[in-house]
Ligand binder design. Sequence first.
Ligand code: NAI
Length: 327
Amino acid sequence: MKTIAFFDAKPYDRQSFSMVEDEDINIRYFENKLNADTVSMAACCDGVCAFVNDNVDKNVINKLYEYGVGVVAMRCAGYNNVDIKAANGKVKILRVPAYSPYAIAEHTMGMILTLNRKLHKAYIRTRDHNFSLDGLCGFDLHKKTVGIVGTGKIGCAFSEICNGFGMKVLGYDPYENSEFKGEYCDFDRLLTQSDIVSLHCPLTKDNHNLINRETVNKMKKGVYIINTSRGQLIDTEAIIEGIKSGQIGAAGLDVYEEETTLFFEDKSDDIIYDDKFLTLISMPNVLVTSHQAFLTREALYGIAETTMQNFKAYFNDEELKNEVVAK
Ligand code: NAI
C-alpha cells in the first residue's frame, strides 16, 4: 500500500478523488498548503499531491528527497510554483496537462458577458427591487475583435466560443496550432486591434508582467482585459492605473499575482491587508473570481483520474507520460 500526502485539500477534491479510489493507494488529506513549514507532514509518505498555490520550491524538494518521497503529482496543468531544476534527479514531477479546456474557456466568456452586460450589477439591483436600466448598457460582441494570447488547448477552445459569437479572432503564440480558429498575428497587432485581450499562456520566466504600463498603453481605449491564466502575467498597478484613466474599460481576473494567501479560502471575517487587491475589488468594472475557472464536475473528475493514473504509473515503474522535466 502506498500513501499520498494530499495538500490544500478541499471538499470538492475529496469528492472527485473518491470516484477514482485505488485499493493500493491510500490518500491522507491535509488542508494545509505545502511549503517549507508543512512539508514534514509528507514524511513517511510515498508521494505528494499538490495544487496551484502550494510552494514546491528548492527547500521543499530537498526535504521530500530527504524523506524518500520520490514523486509530486500536481493536480493542475501549470507548474510555475515548482522548482523543476531543483527536482531534477531527486523527485519526479507529474502534472495533468489537459482535463477540460472548456471549463476555463467557458468561464472566460462568462466573465466577458458579466462585465459587458453588467450582470453582476443587475443581479443585485433586481434583488433590491431596483428595476432601472441606467448604467447597464453593454455592446454587441458580434464583429468585435478578441485577441487570444496563447493558443494552446484553452486558447483554442476559447477561439471556438468566440467564433460562435461572430467575433473576429486574433491569436498570438510563438507556436501556431492548427486547431486555432482565428488569424495569427504578432503581439503588437493583437494589442492595438483587440477590443478584448484574453490571456491563455502559461507563466514562464520570460513573460512575467507581460501586461504592463507599456502594453496597456498600446491597447485600444476601453479595452477589456481578461486573465484566467496566471496572476503574475499582469502588473496589477498598471491595470489599476489603466482602469482609473479609462484606458481599460473592464478587467476580468480569475487569478491574481498575490493570490496565494487569499484565494480558495473563506476570508469573510478577516481584514485584508493587500491594498492593491482592495482597490481592484472596489472597482465596478472589475470582476475577480478566486481561481475558479477550472471548477466544473467534468474538470474535477478529469484531474482526479489523470492524477491517480500518474501515481499508478510511477509506483508501477511504468512510462511517465505526464512528467515535467527541466529544459
Ligand atoms: P497549453 O500548454 O495547451 O497552451 C499554452 C500555449 O501558450 C502554448 O501554445 C504556448 O506556445 C503558448 N505560450 C507560451 N508562452 C507564451 C507567450 N509568452 N505568449 C503567447 N503564447 C505563449 O496550456 P493550456 O492547457 O491551454 O493552459 C494555459 C494556461 O491556463 C496554463 O498554463 C495555466 O496557467 C492556465 N490555467 C488556468 C486555470 C484556472 O482555473 N484559472 C486552469 C487551467 C489552466
